[in-house]
Design a protein around this ligand. Structure first.
Ligand SMILES: Nc1ncnc2c1ncn2[C@@H]1O[C@H](COP(=O)(O)OP(=O)(O)OP(=O)(O)O)[C@@H](O)[C@H]1O
Length: 315
C-alpha cells in the first residue's frame, strides 16, 4: 500500500463508552497531517490511551469512524498495521534475552520479514536507537530508557509511515527523556509521521509541530503548536521597586488582571495597547522600571485559557 495520503489519521465522531458506562472518548474529530509530529495532550484519564487503542484497531469504537493511512479501522487493520509502528504501555520484552535477541524474536514474529536479512535489520534498528554497544546485554539489565529505546527499535524493524507512541517518556529520567525526544525528532526528519501522547506540555512544545488537547474524553482544540500558543494573549511583566504605583498606572491604562508579587507586576494589556506607551506612562508617573516586557504565551497558557484548569507540568 503506497497511496499518498495527506491526512495520516482522521477520526469523525469517534466515541468509546466502556461496559461500565464510562464515556472515555466523546465524539472525537481528529486530523493528523502527513509529516507532522503530532502531540496528543491531556491529563491522565482524559481518553488518550482509549483513542490510541481505537486507532490501532485494538478495541472497537462505540460510534464514529477512524481512518488510518487512508483506510478504515479496524476493518483494514491487516493491510494498514504493517505500516504503523506502535509503542504502547511499554514494550513487551523478555528480560533473560539480550536486547539483540529480543529484536530477533520480534522480527521472526513478522511473517513478511525475510529471515535471510534478519540480522542486518536487527543491527540497523539497534544502531538507529543507539543500542549497538548494549545489544549483547540481557534486557533486564537495561535502564527504563534503554527498554523504551529497544521498544522503539522493535517498532522500526521495518519502514513505517506512522509511529504511534503512548506516553513514550513516562517514567524516564531527564536524560532518558532527552534521548527519546531526540530520536522522535530524527524519525520525523526522515519523513515518518509521529503521533505521540503525553501529559507533559513542555514535551509537546519541545518536539511537536502540531497538537490536540483533550480533557475528559473531549477534544478542546487542535492545530499547529504555534497557532495554539498564539491563541492566548500575551502578558505584560514589569519589574520595579515601586509595584504599588505601577499597579495604579497600568490599571489606569486599561491593563486588566493586574497582579503584583514582590517587585514584579504582571497584567493583560488591552489588545490595541502600544507597549512603548505603557512603558512611557510608567516612567512618566515616576515608576522606576528595571525590566519591561511581554511574555511569550506558552502552550500551558493556552491550555489554562481553554479549560480554566491548571496542568501538571512536572517532568
Ligand atoms: N477498560 C476500561 N474499562 C472501563 N473504563 C476504562 C477502561 N479503560 C479506561 N477507562 C476509563 O476511561 C477514561 C479514559 O481513560 P484513558 O486510559 O483512555 O485515558 P488516558 O488519557 O490515556 O489516561 P492515562 O494517561 O492515565 O492512561 C478514564 O476515566 C478511565 O478510567
Amino acid at each position: 500500500m503506497d497511496s499518498v495520503v495527506d491526512r495520516v489519521i482522521e477520526t469523525r465522531g469517534l466515541t468509546k463508552r466502556y461496559g461500565g458506562g464510562q464515556l472515555a472518548v466523546d465524539r472525537l474529530d481528529l486530523t493528523v497531517p502527513a509529516g507532522s509530529v503530532f502531540g496528543f495532550l491531556g491529563p491522565n484519564g482524559s481518553g488518550k490511551t482509549t483513542t490510541i487503542r481505537m486507532l490501532l484497531g485494538l478495541i472497537e469504537p462505540t460510534a464514529g469512524s477512524a481512518v488510518l493511512l487512508g483506510r478504515p479501522m479496524p476493518r483494514a487493520a491487516r493491510a494498514v498495521l504493517p505500516e504503523v509502528g506502535a509503542l504502547i504501555e511499554g514494550p513487551a520484552l523478555y528480560g533473560y534475552l539480550t536486547g539483540r535477541d529480543n529484536l530477533v524474536r520480534y522480527d521472526a514474529a513478522d511473517p513478511t520479514a525475510d529471515p535471510r536479512t534478519r540480522r542486518a535489520r536487527v543491527a540497523g534498528a539497534l544502531e538507529r536507537v543507539g543500542l549497538t554497544a548494549a545489544a549483547g546485554k540481557r534486557a533486564r539489565a537495561y535502564s527504563l530508557g534503554m527498554k523504551q529505546r529497544l521498544g522503539l527499535a522493535a517498532a522500526l524493524l521495518r519502514p513505517r509511515r506512522l509511529l504511534v507512541l503512548d506516553e513514550p517518556t513516562n517514567g524516564l529520567d531527564p536524560q532518558g527523556m532527552r534521548e527519546i525526544r531526540a530520536l522522535v525528532r530524527e524519525l520525523a526528519a526522515d519523513g515518518t509521521t509521529v503521533f505521540l501522547s503525553s501529559h507533559l506540555l513542555d514535551e509537546i512544545e519541545q518536539v511537536c509541530t502540531h497538537a490536540a488537547v483533550m480533557t475528559r474524553g473531549r477534544l478542546i482544540t487542535q492545530g499547529t503548536v504555534a497557532e495554539l500558543a498564539a491563541g492566548t494573549r500575551r502578558r505584560l511583566a514589569v519589574t520595579t521597586p515601586d509595584p504599588g504605583a505601577a499597579v495604579r498606572v497600568l490599571k489606569e491604562r486599561g491593563v486588566t488582571d493586574v497582579v503584583a508579587v514582590d517587585d514584579r507586576v504582571t497584567g493583560e494589556p488591552p489588545a490595541d495597547a502600544d507597549p512603548a506607551e505603557l512603558n512611557a506612562a510608567l516612567v512618566g508617573a515616576g515608576v522606576r522600571v528595571r525590566a519591561f516586557g511581554l511574555e511569550r504565551a506558552s502552550l500551558e497558557d493556552a491550555f489554562v485559557a481553554l479549560t480554566g484548569e491548571g496542568f501538571d507540568v512536572a517532568g
